[in-house]
Ligand binder design. Structure first.
Ligand code: ATP
Ligand code: MG
Length: 148
């Protein structure tokens, strides 16, 4: 699909608003060219999963940052939250099926979201990495190469 990143990102973030019940603010920063050729369905799924996690696992009044950079069709996406983080000793399991960290409290989930995100990123020949500090927050970085 040919998409406008600004339209696409605003659209996705808008669709996620119902989840956050005004708890957090989602800041968006877009860099580079606006036009992109990419599998929009997969990208939407990836973003929705990462943003819903950021919302679920961070407290009221914190900021969630979404940075999207498009340089010659090479996409870099950052989703940052100032939430509960993932305990260091559990981080190696993060992309495993049904993994849920021990600090999620009463927050519900199946532990499948990130497994699917990783699968999609790989199908798009991209990479996903993260940095997380327990009690401080988490940043996911996704890189998707220009495939044409
Ligand atoms: P769902 O399948 O509905 O997405 P889930 O959110 O529990 O359920 P994943 O999205 O795969 O599953 O995430 C797996 C686990 O990783 C979560 O249960 C949570 O413990 C941890 N996690 C994921 N994202 C974050 C985040 N942004 N901050 C803190 N912990 C996170
Ligand atoms: Mg999830």
């Amino acid at each position: 699909d040919i998409l406008s990143i600004s339209e696409f990102a605003h659209d996705v973030v808008n669709d996620m608003q119902f989840l956050k019940k005004n708890k957090q603010r989602i800041n968006m920063q877009l860099e580079g060219e606006d036009t992109l050729v990419l599998d929009a369905k997969k990208l939407r799924h990836i973003l929705e999963n990462l943003i819903s996690n950021a919302i679920k696992y961070s407290p009221d009044g914190t900021d969630i940052d979404l940075h999207i950079q498009n340089i010659n069709g090479n996409l870099q996406i950052l989703v940052h939250d100032a939430g509960i983080g993932i305990p260091e000793e559990e981080q190696i399991h993060l992309f495993n099926k049904f993994f849920r960290a021990t600090n999620t409290g009463s927050v519900q989930g199946t532990g499948l979201g990130l497994t699917i995100v990783k699968r999609y990123v790989e199908l798009m020949n991209g990479s996903i990495t993260f940095k997380s500090l327990s009690g401080k927050g988490t940043t996911f970085t996704i890189k998707l190469p220009n495939l044409d």
